[in-house]
Write a protein that binds this ligand. Structure first.
Ligand code: AR6
Length: 173
């Protein structure tokens, strides 16, 4: 039910990919930039502009356009400010809200990047247990979602997820 994949999230054949967006849904670097390029920047920018923005911790839906995925769930993770500004709960909400929106849309498979763990500076050792806890909790309830992929851009991140999930760690941390 939960898999760890090392690679580019834009290539995955899933019902929906989650984007690590900003609160203006304005596009940017990192996974957001990769998703915009692969989906078709013009179409995706227009769809995001029509939505307007998205508060931190919340999630908005657009089509996947040219991605293999049907849909994009744009999640706005918190900027890391030392851990005392509610960052853990805001990150948890991203995973919770993405799982809830995927369920409401009837999606069966989705893939997450490590939200907030790039430009936004959230410590990965702290983010991974939050992501795993929230996805497990959502899958424990009735849901059409039957496959969740944690898509990691590097082997060290994949090793962290595998360790947290109790999966064999195949690549060195
Ligand atoms: N596939 C999977 N993971 C990726 C990919 C990819 N193609 N590219 C990067 N990552 P980040 P954030 C990993 O910075 O911290 C943008 O400018 C990356 O290695 O993309 O939430 C937005 O517009 C890292 O582990 O997102 C926002 O302004 C993880 O994805 C801001 O950055 C997240 O890194 C959001 O920052």
């Amino acid at each position: 039910m939960i898999e760890v994949v090392e690679g580019d999230i834009t290539q995955l054949q899933v019902d929906a990919v989650v984007n690590a967006a900003n609160d203006r849904l304005a596009g940017g670097g990192g996974v957001d930039g990769a998703i915009h390029r692969a989906a078709g920047a013009t179409e995706l920018h227009a769809a995001c502009r029509a939505i307007g923005g998205c508060p931190t911790g919340e999630v908005r839906l657009t089509p996947g356009f040219r991605l293999p995925a049907r849909a994009i769930l744009h999640a706005v993770g918190p900027v890391w400010r030392g851990g005392g500004q509610g960052e853990d709960e805001l990150l948890a909400r991203c995973y919770r809200n993405a799982m809830a929106l995927a369920a409401a849309e009837g999606f069966r498979s989705l893939a997450f990047p490590a939200i907030s763990c790039g430009v936004y500076g959230f410590p990965r050792e702290r983010a991974v247990p939050i992501a795993v806890r929230e996805v497990r909790a959502a899958l424990a309830r009735p849901t059409p979602v039957e496959r969740v992929i944690f898509c990691c851009f590097d082997g060290a991140m994949a090793a962290l997820y595998r360790a947290e999930l109790g999966l064999p760690v195949t690549s060195p941390p």
